[in-house]
Design a protein around this ligand. Structure first.
Ligand SMILES: [Zn+2]
Ligand SMILES: [Zn+2]
Length: 524
């Protein structure tokens, strides 16, 4: 017994004078030793202390000597977070109610989180603190779908600046700049005494400190990687404040909350899109990226954009083209594949190859439109194809033809939309032109209206709505009577028009090649 205590004494004396019992307290405070050892300090086995020291040295990246060497003692005095590095003795702590950390690695259930700063530091202006805290939350929000909102009432996350012995049973050690409690406890305490001593760069320091503590309050543990924002020691200025995270930080927070989904595009700032189709009659869907918008005669329906996958299960983002029949069969095209939905029910074979389901149609189409019956048109580059499911071959040998047949249209389309009142809309890079099936040409503007091509944002998405309303009359696409009863070929007068719409029979079969067509008489 005496020999062991002597060895312990020697081990402790190897460190600086400040190390010793303080080192044991330190190791217990941060989870490397059971806090109960402090009650029998002289009884600590050498091996236990050495193991605890090695654990600490490994965690913070020091040489694992198992001894209280100078580097280890110095490290113990540096500014750091008060949250434990290890939770091996957490069960004991909780039973003794010494530490209230609930758990770690468990996320909040909701992604909308409120926070409250209920005690501000005396030496910093409240507005400055608000700004720094907001920036630190914004950093975490930039890599997740989390949203943070400051309120003045009791919030999910409650933030306070306090002295060492603040309201609960986990006082700050002198080196501690702050600590936080994992979800669902949701409190963050900053050491006001510490920040007073570091006031020269207090705003910037607070940012890094807050960033770290907010990681905990979101459920992230300490990291052993000293490039991580969750390394227990202050990492101020190691990274770019605009993107302060290490890969590991992003991985850890996204393991809890999932990756950040791309934000929907603004159709008014860039009115190009991936695809457009009409179904049911009078309702038009526009797709762009991962999102879709529903257009009604009154404009973009409220609650949009929404994620494509929420309406059409399994549909990828950034599709090439889409079209729908009046019976509710909706086709989406991307690359060499297409996806079929009946209303919103996915077809069991999704996705299928275009070359299998649509023989004669190329991959990577730009536009697709249904023109009634079993007739579809596809556009790619400067070419287009007419596809009649009821014909054999479905695409006549005379295709592809030049897109300029459509009233001189030139360029690559975003997508093409046929409406049953006899118009084909060509959407190109934020503008559109209207092809009139009856006249076989692009419509000319009447009266004081602007000529085609027109900006899509103003005429379809009602961007700049007030201006548009002054000028819009019956040629506004939203006011077109697109009742499906006009599908029949009454709208077509010229047989030289590319839209010779003969087919009126529509099947609900998902495979377009099996759509029956008994009424076909001629092929355009
Ligand atoms: Zn921490
Ligand atoms: Zn506290």
């Amino acid at each position: 017994m005496l020999a062991r205590e002597l060895m312990l004494l020697i081990i402790l004396m190897l460190g600086s004078a400040l190390c010793g019992r303080e080192a044991v307290e330190f190791l217990a405070y941060y989870g490397y030793m059971n806090p109960e050892v402090l009650q029998n300090y002289s009884q600590i086995p050498n091996e236990e202390l050495e193991n605890a020291l090695r654990d600490f040295q490994m965690f913070v990246g020091l040489e694992q000597t198992g001894k209280l060497d100078t580097a280890t003692c110095d490290m113990m005095k540096k500014s750091r977070c008060g949250v434990k590095d290890k939770f091996d003795f957490e069960g004991d702590d909780r039973s003794s109610k010494r530490i209230r950390t609930a758990s770690n690695g468990i996320p909040w259930n909701q992604k909308e989180l409120t926070y409250r700063i209920f005690r501000y530091p005396k030496h910093l202006q409240s507005a400055a603190v608000n700004k720094v805290v907001e920036q630190a939350f914004a950093a975490w929000a930039s890599v997740t779908d989390l949203h943070f909102r400051q309120i003045s009432a009791l919030a999910d996350i409650n933030i306070a600046f306090g002295a060492a012995n603040h309201s609960h049973f986990h006082p700050f050690r002198p080196e501690v700049y702050g600590h936080a409690f994992f979800p669902p406890a949701g409190s963050v305490d900053f050491n006001e005494d510490w920040s007073k001593g570091n006031r020269s760069h207090s705003g910037l320091e607070l940012f890094w400190v807050a960033l770290h503590e907010f990681g905990h309050v979101l459920g992230v543990n300490h990291s052993m990687a000293n490039r991580s924002i969750m390394y227990p020691y202050l990492q101020m200025g190691r990274s770019n404040p605009n993107f302060p995270f290490d890969e590991e930080d992003v991985r850890n927070i996204q393991a809890l909350y999932g990756p950040r989904r791309p934000r929907p595009a603004n159709l008014c700032s860039d009115s190009s899109f991936d695809a457009i189709f009409e179904y049911p009659a009078g309702v038009i869907y526009v797709l762009k990226g991962e999102y879709h918008w529903k257009l009604t005669p009154d404009g973009i329906a409220s609650g949009y954009p929404r994620l494509n996958s929420h309406r059409w299960a399994g549909l990828p983002s950034n599709i090439d083209a889409a079209t729908a029949t009046s019976s509710g069969l909706t086709y989406f095209f991307k690359g060499n594949s297409y996806w079929t939905y009946y209303h919103t029910s996915p077809h069991i074979s999704n996705p299928s190859y275009i070359c299998v389901g649509w023989p004669g149609i190329p991959d990577n189409v730009d536009g697709a439109m249904w023109c009634g019956g079993s007739v579809f048109y596809f556009f790619k580059g400067s070419s287009y194809w007419r596809y009649a499911a009821s014909q054999s071959p479905q695409v006549p040998a005379s295709y592809p033809k030049l897109i300029t047949v459509w009233g001189g249209i030139e360029g690559v389309v975003d997508d093409v939309l046929y409406v049953s009142s006899g118009y084909v809309y060509f959407f190109m890079n934020g503008t559109y032109s209207r092809y009139n099936c009856a006249t076989g040409g692009i419509d000319h503007a009447h009266h004081n209206q602007p000529d085609y091509p027109r900006p899509v944002g103003r005429w379809w998405f009602q961007c700049d709505r007030n201006v548009a309303e002054e000028n819009v009359s019956s040629s506004n696409p939203f006011t077109i009577n697109s009742t499906e009863t006009t599908i029949e070929d009454t709208a077509v007068s010229s047989t030289s028009s590319p839209t010779t719409i003969e087919d009126t029979t529509v099947s609900t079969t998902a495979n377009p090649t099996t759509i029956a067509d008994k009424t076909i008489s001629t092929i355009a």
